[in-house]
Design a binder for this molecule. Structure first.
Ligand code: CA
Length: 461
């Protein structure tokens, strides 16, 4: 494939490069803890630090004030389950057939390919203790259980979505809450209990390097939040939006609890904290009236100024808030426009742990980019969900859809993907399309078919 000179192919996604090889044999006391705080269906616009005047997230905003906020960060899929396969492995999930949600049909029979190493598998070899708290959603049967996938501790549920309030009845195989392999009695709302458990994990493991993946379910549907969290938003007329703001308040309180625990144990300078969402917001259509009934799967989040929503490959589906804080190591209050990916988290973590770079990883270590010691590479990121696909290369984005001609956008000048430049830039269009076709040809076929979206209310994800 001949690539025009204006396309610079930067190694690091499909191959490795010496400049990304980390230092080896890092001393134990130099290996930081790593915490990933993972929101669910959070809209790009729905944090104070992302510019919202409506959402109140002072604790999440504090991470941005004390760290680096990335404006051009992406996940690998516009929906929950494949996005998690990408973040947990640091590899494009299409490499191992994880193209679609598991859904009701496949959650008990399929999952994250056991041949794939997770970030916890990798960090274990560097002496880390790993915990996952909250939503798992990469397979609920025995071979896919978190404790079989490199994690030392698990508190949460195995499916893709469940109620936020504590359950009082049997929740079935997807939604039962577990501590490791034991059912637990529920007394707290989701963001509270996950944060309590996260704080407990930190306290118990504060003296040795740990990796903690806190997979919140807020602000994913269903729309239910504590009265006290909704009360400050009584002036918001739209019930759907008002409840979203309540869910965000609970999430922010939970993040604050985790941050307080780190400070209490003087771990701020020993811990890289990353906050991001698993996909874009599920905005939903305009509500016909402020008190309109909640709509299944919709959480009334905003992705402005991006185009698109959860489930789509325009940026509203895959470009997410992303904040990294590591006190004393990353600059405070920096805003970075580097094009980065959730794939980079594993490459970042293994580099910090002192592990040799694995060329099987698709991501790149982020710390040298976020601290400004290395320029952000002009790189390609790819997406594919069935008949839709996309590539971002530098400031350019190409989106293909089965029912219309492919579109080309210049995101730096057109963040809302509103002006198709295919006709004006035919050579660039072809070059990006060729890169996308090449990447797609290197991926596997889906290991299970797509389930009709939102087919069964018992298991949306
Ligand atoms: Ca999600």
């Amino acid at each position: 494939m001949k690539i025009p000179s204006f396309i610079k192919v930067i190694p690091g996604l499909l191959m490795t490069s010496a400049c990304f090889v980390p230092s080896f044999a890092r001393a134990a006391e130099e290996r930081p803890n790593i915490i990933v705080l993972f929101a669910d269906d959070l809209g790009y616009a729905d944090l104070g630090c992302q510019g919202s005047q409506e959402v109140k997230t002072p604790r999440i905003d504090s991470l941005a004030a004390e760290g680096v906020r990335c404006t051009d960060a992406y996940v690998t899929a516009p929906m929950c389950s494949p996005s998690r396969a990408g973040i947990l492995t640091g590899r494009y999930q299409q490499r191992f057939g994880y193209e679609f949600n598991l859904g009701v049909t496949h959650t008990m029979s399929k999952g994250l390919d056991p041949a794939e190493k997770t970030i916890a598998d990798r960090l274990k070899t560097a002496g880390y203790t790993s915990g996952v708290i909250g939503k798992w959603d990469v397979g609920a049967s025995a071979p896919y259980h978190p404790l079989e996938r490199g994690f030392d501790e698990f508190y949460g549920f195995l499916g893709g979505s469940r109620q936020h309030k504590p359950a009082t009845a049997d929740m079935g195989p997807f939604n039962t809450m577990w501590r490791n392999r034991e059912k637990v009695e529920e007394t707290e709302w989701s963001s509270d209990i996950y944060s309590i458990e996260a704080s407990d994990f930190i306290t118990r493991h504060k003296d040795k390097p740990f990796f903690l993946y806190v997979s919140y379910t807020a602000p994913h549907w269903p729309m239910e939040a504590k009265d006290e969290d909704i009360a400050p938003f009584a002036h918001i007329q739209d019930k759907h939006r008002r409840t979203l703001l309540g869910l965000m308040a609970g999430l922010d309180r939970g993040v604050g609890r985790v941050l307080d625990t780190l400070k209490e144990h003087k771990l701020d300078e020993k811990t890289l904290v990353i906050f991001l969402s698993d996909n874009g917001g599920a905005t939903g259509p305009q509500r016909p009236s402020p008190d309109a009934p909640f709509q299944y799967g919709i959480n009334a989040s905003y992705n402005t100024p991006l185009r698109g929503v959860k489930g789509q490959l325009h940026d509203g589906g895959v470009r997410v808030p992303f904040i990294a804080r590591w006190s004393g190591k990353l600059p405070a209050g920096r805003v970075s426009a580097a094009v980065i990916s959730a794939l980079d988290i594993t490459a970042t973590a293994t580099a910090l742990a002192g592990l040799p770079h694995d060329p099987a990883l698709d991501g790149i270590p982020l710390v040298p980019i976020l601290d400004g010691s290395q320029p952000a590479p002009e790189r390609s990121l790819f997406w594919r969900v069935g008949g839709t696909s996309a590539i971002r290369h530098g400031a350019w984005k190409l989106v293909t859809q089965p029912d219309k001609p492919a579109e080309l956008f210049h995101l730096a000048e057109d963040i809302g993907e509103s002006r198709d430049l295919r006709e004006q830039e035919p050579a660039r269009f072809k070059a990006l399309r060729d890169l996308l076709i090449q990447w797609s040809s290197e991926m596997s076929k889906p290991a299970w078919p797509a389930e009709a979206p939102m087919r069964n209310p018992s298991q949306p994800n």
